[in-house]
Design a protein around this ligand. Structure first.
Ligand SMILES: [Zn+2]
Length: 271
């Protein structure tokens, strides 16, 4: 079995980058598994930027992969698609500025990926499973392989390391490899969260007109009710949530300001 461990799909998410560098340097290997270490966006890593021209993790669409372009990430996506051809399982390491602990993101309905996520969620209290089967997920790097998990950890600033989060992530990553190696299976159901919608910040003529409400900040995975405060405008007016009870995630994620996402809404389910 060949497993690819990817860091630096986003060049300013240092934890994944330095975990990959550490394991490469230590020549970390496991019996019965071939590990390919991948620093996915070397130019962006060098500049400590999320991307150079376009988000690499939105550059794997059929359209992006099929045409010549001057977009660095589109060209890089073609190289990575080839490199991942014989990968059986991809573990993609990311960080978030949101207070999401260790989140295993599943971007497609695949039993092997789900099985690993479930075992991790059962064993570690701070591990949650988030399914993101949206319209954009086909453009993720995960679309190149049949089975994969994304390990999304936070809160940590872009361009910054955090030792506790670093070693917790490493522990979960090594356990994921162990599960793959031993082909462990789990039948019982565990809680998972399904993203179904998102909210943008208040804006006036495209310009930001407010921020995440201080009472809402950091409350990822805590049930949000109709009428709870979510935004505080620059003129100090509060804005309250309208909608069905939901679990918010990616609250105030720095990289999503440009995507016009202030937070995502998820439903709790069993997987
Ligand atoms: Zn990322």
């Amino acid at each position: 079995m060949k497993v690819t461990i990817a860091g630096g799909v986003h060049g300013n998410e240092l934890i994944g980058i330095y975990i990959v560098k550490k394991l490469m340097r230590e020549n970390f290997w496991l019996k019965d598994i071939a590990i390919d270490y991948l620093l996915a966006n070397p130019k962006a890593i060098k500049e400590c930027r999320r991307y150079i021209d376009y988000d690499l993790n939105r550059s794997f669409s059929q359209e992006a992969l099929s045409k010549d372009s001057h977009i660095y990430e589109y060209e890089r996506a073609k190289v990575l698609k080839k490199r991942l051809e014989d990968t059986d399982f991809l573990i993609d390491l990311h960080t978030t500025t949101a207070n999401m602990g260790i989140t295993i993101v599943l971007s497609k309905d695949d039993p092997l990926s789900a099985n690993i996520a479930k075992i991790l969620a059962r064993e570690y209290e701070n591990v949650k499973i988030l399914r993101w089967f949206g319209t954009e997920e086909g453009n993720f790097i995960n679309s190149c392989v049949k089975s994969s998990i994304t390990i999304e950890v936070g809160p940590v600033c872009q361009g910054v390391l955090d030792a506790s989060i670093f070693f917790n992530t490493l522990k979960v990553l090594k356990r994921a490899l162990d599960i793959l190696r031993k082909d462990e299976k789990m039948d019982e159901k565990v809680v998972c969260y399904d993203i179904y919608d998102y909210r943008d910040f208040p804006r006036e003529d495209e310009e930001l007109a407010g921020m995440i409400h201080p009472e809402f900040l950091g409350r990822d995975y805590q049930l949000l009710h109709h009428g709870d405060p979510i935004f505080l405008r620059f003129d100090e007016e509060e804005i309250f949530y309208e909608g069905e009870p939901s679990y918010p995630v990616f609250i105030n994620e720095a990289a999503y300001y440009e995507k016009k996402i202030a937070f995502c809404l998820a439903k709790k389910n069993m997987l």
